[in-house]
Design a protein around this ligand. Structure first.
Ligand SMILES: Cc1cc2nc3c(=O)[nH]c(=O)nc-3n(C[C@H](O)[C@H](O)[C@H](O)COP(=O)(O)O)c2cc1C
Length: 502
């Protein structure tokens, strides 16, 4: 399947719309007793325990997500920094026992649909202080790295990314993969959207943690998929790489590709995906070889000029809690009160999150547009709004109380009805697909999800709550039209005050 045949992305996207997508079965039911084990085990791998002691950053969450210049040139993370970045993006931050049939759930640093934790993290690195060169799997349960290959395999990353300039000078790369069946067991074929939603929230944390410790980073969406799967020893029918995060900066010259033997195997997964549309969409958006990766990276997206991440001065006025404290406190709000948040809080959440994502594509800041429904924002009339990224202003679309609308659009959930504001991240998908082919689908989803992941953090840093939500696709577009005509919803986030326990 060709990346340029963008009918596949539309077929997948339309087919996985709520409520009547033709790739979804409305009668399908998930029972919590079927919850898959949320991590892999490599019984025969050497393990290195990670340690979080040592340097502690006091950088605020708002600063960490909104800073544009956080790169120290010549920066090579040591095992301590790698530990921080992995823990504060993928680590277990709290555990709750819900009793049968759900049982105990180990919650992670970043939010994840259904707490199913289908995104895995791997580290590929040269020799770092405290850690030998190798390919490792991050096991969240023990906060441990499991060795899959020893020796320097960064040459494989260079090959797979067609010598992308930043990555080829990086001493370490995190690879995030999606285990399809671990999430599709509940969400069917819509899972492939979740692959980006849930890696996006992880990446928002990983990028913020890197920024807090002045580790330069770059997101890589363009890579030779099969080469990366081979390096990690993963079975492409069950698991696919969705993003790479290159970390640090050195002056290394060209890196050789060592002979590659077998990787220790994890026991087979409990479930294999019953939804072929996921693997089909992953395959149709795959890149095959360095030549295709290099030319894909040159894709050009015409974007309306706006200030996010470019020349506009940052209008962030709040500092909020330190990043690490924010991540430890974060947890999706389960019940919102009807209390108001302030317009200042809302503005800070929005503006701090749209600073653009350093990545392998030439993008002018965040590519999605944000539409809002304000239910209870002090200093802002209730109604629907378009957030203008050029000047950070909210343009009113319709005034009036719209709790019923936000509640309905968020799949008729109370969270969407009760929250102070709901944010809809919308993209002109056709436009993105024309620039980047089916791979553009991954880019559009990821761009919105990282931005939303930052908003999650900004909200918690300012002592308000947030939760991701799912939505009725076409009804959102219709509601915000004609302004949002042709735009598709990529992510929905509700923010507001948590209901206090009585
Ligand atoms: C993209 C996304 C969509 C979500 N959708 C819903 C939803 O529709 N309803 C809901 O109650 N929770 C939703 N959640 C919240 C998850 O259930 C929650 O993240 C998960 O249980 C893990 O808990 P934590 O975020 O507190 O760590 C969503 C989370 C994300 C990231």
């Amino acid at each position: 399947m060709e990346n340029s045949e963008i009918g596949t992305a539309w077929w997948y996207h339309n087919g996985t719309m709520h409520p009547n997508g033709y790739l979804l079965d409305r009668a399908y039911r998930y029972h919590p007793s079927r919850r898959p084990t949320p991590f892999k085990v490599y019984p025969r791998s050497a393990r290195t325990d990670l340690c979080l002691e040592g340097r502690q950053s006091t950088v605020s969450a708002i600063e960490a997500i909104s800073t544009r210049e956080h790169a120290d040139r010549g920066s090579v993370p040591d095992i301590g920094l790698v530990s921080k970045i992995l823990y504060f993006s993928c680590g277990i931050t709290k555990s709750i026992d819900f009793g049968p049939p759900v049982g105990r759930i180990d919650f992670r640093a970043a939010s994840c649909t259904g707490a199913l934790y289908h995104i895995e993290a791997y580290l590929v690195c040269s020799d770092l202080a405290g850690l030998g060169a190798g390919v490792y799997y991050y096991e969240p349960k023990g906060n441990t790295l499991c060795l899959l290959r020893s020796g320097n395999h960064m040459g494989v990353i260079d090959d797979a990314t067609a010598d992308e300039t930043f990555a080829s000078r990086s001493p370490a790369v995190l690879v995030f993969t999606d285990i399809f069946a671990r999430n599709s067991v509940k969400y069917q074929a819509r899972e492939y959207r979740h692959a980006f939603w849930d890696s996006g929230t992880i990446l928002a944390n990983a990028m913020a943690t890197s920024a807090a410790y002045k580790v330069p980073y770059r997101l890589l969406m363009g890579f030779w998929d099969e080469r990366i799967s081979g390096l990690l020893g993963i079975d492409w029918r069950n698991e696919g790489a969705v993003a790479l995060l290159a970390l640090g900066n050195t002056d290394y010259g060209s890196r050789a590709i060592p002979p590659m033997g077998d990787v220790p195997k994890a026991p087979p997964p409990e479930y294999t995906s019953e939804f072929p549309a996921i693997a089909q969409m992953h395959e149709a958006s795959s890149l095959h070889g360095p030549g295709e990766v290099a030319s894909w990276r040159c894709g050009h997206l015409l974007q309306p000029r706006h200030g996010s991440g470019v020349e506009e001065p940052c209008k962030v006025t709040a500092r909020g809690l330190p990043l690490e404290e924010t991540i430890i406190r974060r947890g999706s709000t389960r019940k919102f009160s009807h209390e108001s948040i302030t317009a200042d809080q809302l503005t800070n959440v929005l503006w701090s999150s749209i600073t653009g994502i350093p990545c392998d594509l030439q993008l002018q800041g965040t590519i999605c547009d944000m539409y809002l429904i304000a239910n209870a924002v002090e200093g802002l009339s209730p109604g629907s709004y378009f957030y203008d990224k050029t000047d950070g202003m909210l343009a009113v679309l319709q005034e009036g109380c719209m709790r019923d609308v936000s509640g309905h659009l968020g799949l008729d959930q109370d969270l969407a009805y009760d929250s102070a504001a709901t944010v809809f991240f919308m993209s002109d998908l056709q436009h993105v697909l024309e620039a980047f082919g089916n791979r553009g689908y991954r880019v559009a989803q990821m761009d919105a999800s990282i931005t939303a992941g930052r908003m999650y953090l900004a909200a918690y840093a300012l002592d308000i709550g947030a939760t991701g939500l799912t939505f009725y696709d076409n009804e959102v577009t219709e509601f915000f039209s004609p302004h949002a005509e042709r735009k598709s919803v990529m992510f929905m986030l509700a923010i507001g005050k948590k209901e206090r326990k009585r």
